[in-house]
Design a protein around this ligand. Structure first.
Ligand SMILES: [Zn+2]
Length: 280
């Protein structure tokens, strides 16, 4: 399934090789089941007063775990999952076996992790090792973001990615929630976002404005494609995604459905057995 990003092309507001904050190390590791061949997931190591947090270990391969342990500047005390897509949690159980570190994440993340893992739920507003926790659904309902308010940086998982755009795949993805989460991040005046894929975001406002505008522009095209006669998603695709490579239509179909569900919830589109129409 389509769990992550993206068309691998760098976004506005990003910078390859931007220096990371002092307390943070980043490893790019190809997950055991990557979405696109060679598209790595970033695994962050965060130094705290009491050891290192590992965010999103992507792979259970011994070489990947060796790399994570070698890069840790202090004992690994905790494993944090930003959301439970396979390319972000592939190494969680194996890293726990090696280090004994407990696992932290959104309360809804636990059922998607191995049942024997010691798990601690992180809730909205929690302070965790100097980071504030936000629940930021949209890409997945169990998404969290870690915010360092003093440094004005955030570890965002797949809420945004440094390359391309994020797939919103219903029902686990929800476009209304997603736009709310983006808007919330936009209002936070951060100076750096550390995404799960692609380069560092050094101008969060520019990237988030672009992301939000991109979705609203697409929404306009979806609305324009709808008519009085119900049409299927497949029939609407070439209209609403006329700027996209047809090879990406399977992905675009999920995004289109996400748009239609948002419009339906807002009373701006109607679902029929034969497809989708405008409100008459
Ligand atoms: Zn994801």
């Amino acid at each position: 399934m389509w769990w992550a990003a993206t068309m691998p092309r760098d976004n506005v507001g990003t910078q390859r090789n931007a220096p990371l904050p002092r307390a943070i190390t980043r490893l790019s590791i190809v997950a055991d089941a990557p979405l696109f061949a060679g598209l790595a997931t970033h695994c962050y190591g965060v130094a705290t007063g009491d050891g290192v947090l590992i965010v999103d270990p992507p792979s259970q391969r011994a070489a990947a775990l060796d790399q994570i342990e070698a890069a840790a500047t202090a004992p690994i005390r905790a494993i944090v999952v930003t959301h439970t897509h396979p390319d972000h949690i592939g190494g969680v159980a194996a890293l726990h076996e090696r280090t004994g570190a407990p696992v932290y994440g959104h309360p809804a993340a636990q059922p998607h992790l191995a049942p024997h893992l010691p798990f601690h739920a992180l809730h909205e507003g929690d302070q965790f090792a100097g980071w504030q926790i936000w629940q930021t659904p949209g890409h997945r309902a169990d998404s969290i973001t870690l915010i360092d308010e003093q440094e004005r940086i955030a570890i965002v998982g797949d809420l945004v990615v440094g390359s391309g755009t994020v797939v919103i795949n219903p029902p686990e993805g929800d476009l209304t929630d997603y736009l709310t989460s983006l808007g919330r991040l936009r209002a936070a005046s951060l100076r750096m976002l550390l995404p799960g894929h692609g380069p560092v975001v050094v101008d969060p406002a520019a990237l988030l404005d672009y992301y939000i505008a991109h979705r609203l522009q697409r929404e306009g095209k979806v609305l324009a494609a709808l008519g009085a006669t119900p049409a299927t998603v497949e029939a609407l695709l070439p209209l609403a995604y006329d700027d996209s490579d047809p090879a990406l239509y399977p992905l675009a179909a999920r995004s289109l459905l996400a748009h239609l569900l948002k419009l339906e919830a807002e009373g701006r589109a109607v679902r029929h057995e034969a497809g989708w129409s405008t409100v008459l």
